[in-house]
Design a protein around this ligand. Sequence first.
Ligand SMILES: [Fe+2]
Length: 166
Amino acid sequence: MLPTWAQVSPERRSHIERVAGLIGEWADAMQVAERERGRWVKAAYLHDALRDAPFPLADYLAHGPAAADRAASEGETDQGILDAVRYHTVGYAGWDDVGRMLYLADFLDPGRRFGADERRALAQRVPQERDTVLKEVVRWRIEWVVRSGWPLAPETVGLWNALASR
Ligand SMILES: [Fe+2]
């Protein structure tokens, strides 16, 4: 469920629900415990909860930290969930499974239009080879950032280095 403090457009709500649905499908396919499944789904509902809040919270790089801070102030104490939400736009080497699954589900949301076939194929591989797919998605996103001429966030570089050294 979306938190009561969420500020999301109808389109955003649909995205969040698809992300939660995808992450739930993966949890079932990976046969994770119910409690762990609950952590993944909770992070999905929190991650964009303030994406459509008034400026400055709607700033692309601000909405993850803002949602994590708000969730913490509302009583969330699961550090894996909070880190998943905080860093979902940039990546984070210190993530547990929650952060990794959320990053994948957010990017592989079937409602996004670009690269639909390639992303569908990646989504199907997640339950069997999660970290291999994660590396491919991080590479894809880094390529975009570099091609766009934008700076890479240190957290993004950290995640790539953690995956590349395997
Ligand atoms: Fe998202």
